[in-house]
Design a protein around this ligand. Structure first.
Ligand SMILES: C[S@@+](CC[C@H](N)C(=O)[O-])C[C@H]1O[C@@H](n2cnc3c(N)ncnc32)[C@H](O)[C@@H]1O
Length: 266
């Protein structure tokens, strides 16, 4: 794992910066130890383990869903919530990745990069390959997703994986150059808290690129979304939310029911 990770992590207990020793990570200030298993650093303390509050969140913990995610789950989801035409127009996950990488402007910026709610790591690996000289951190709350991501990113020495909660990011203020947040806003309990955390960890000038769903175009989509606890966003809602928190230069792209947006911390 890239040792640069230690310089941007903060203690999940006392919030002090600078954890030490990648083989047995711990906080020198308060002594909290951090789990490390299968190449994934786990900053969620046993006493603060969050419980999944929706069906969608529970499904994301399943090993079967994690394994099938890219080939089956994700395309079906995009089709259901963004519409048949949109999934073709986006060009599958490859097309989405192209849009995200272009919006992040990886070649023009410095890392470190955070792939927030990285799932099984397809975007993490793509960012890792596009920014070979920078630290790329994939963070997710699901053990199962991170297990797949670890296999997939093994060849990239600049990629590190962390198990953590998007509502309480384990990074030092202003330590991240860009945040990629594909397809996850709609599953968070409190998206505004996640936006606040993204703002806090981005350095001034840092970029935030996310994607999510607007109101589902089909009746089936609407029913499934309600049953699974999947939230949808109006683009105007995202814009005003992010602007209120201080983000600048909000732009978005609508493809059917999918929204890909970008904003910058001034
Ligand atoms: C729909 S998947 C998106 C995965 C990937 N970004 C992609 O676009 O292929 C949503 C991911 O959000 C993660 N997630 C849900 N709640 C989270 C939280 N509170 N903190 C971090 N990740 C979370 C899930 O475990 C899941 O991997």
């Amino acid at each position: 794992m890239d040792p640069a990770l230690l310089t941007i992590l903060r203690c999940p207990g006392c919030k002090a910066s600078g954890l030490s020793d990648l083989r047995a990570p711990h906080c020198p200030a308060c002594g909290v130890t951090i789990g490390l298993s299968g190449g994934v650093l786990d900053v969620i303390q046993a006493s603060a383990e969050p419980t999944a509050s929706s069906a969608e969140q529970r499904l994301m913990q399943s090993q079967l869903v994690a394994r099938l995610y890219d080939r089956t789950w994700r395309p079906a989801f995009v089709r259901l919530f963004a519409g048949k035409g949109a999934s073709a127009e986006l060009g599958g996950v490859g097309g989405e990745m192209f849009i995200h990488k272009h919006s992040l402007a990886i070649e023009e910026r410095e890392g470190p990069w955070l792939d927030l709610s990285c799932g099984p790591g397809a975007f993490t690996r793509a960012i890792g390959a596009a920014a070979p000289g920078a630290l790329v951190v994939g963070l997710d709350i699901s053990h199962a997703m991170l297990e797949v991501a670890a296999t997939r990113t093994r060849a990239y020495s600049n990629v590190a994986l962390v198990r953590g909660d998007a509502h309480a990011l384990p990074f030092v203020d202003g330590s991240i150059g860009g945040v990629n947040n594909a397809g996850a806003l709609h599953v968070y309990d409190d998206p505004e808290q996640v936006f606040r955390e993204i703002w806090r960890v981005l350095r001034p000038g840092g970029i935030y690129v996310g994607s999510t769903f607007a109101e589902a175009p089909s009746i089936v989509g609407k029913v499934v979304a309600r049953a699974a606890g999947i939230r949808r966003f109006a683009p105007s809602e995202l814009r005003s939310w992010l602007q209120r928190l201080g983000f600048a230069d909000y732009e978005d792209l609508r493809v059917g029911g999918a929204i890909i947006f970008r904003a910058r911390r001034p």
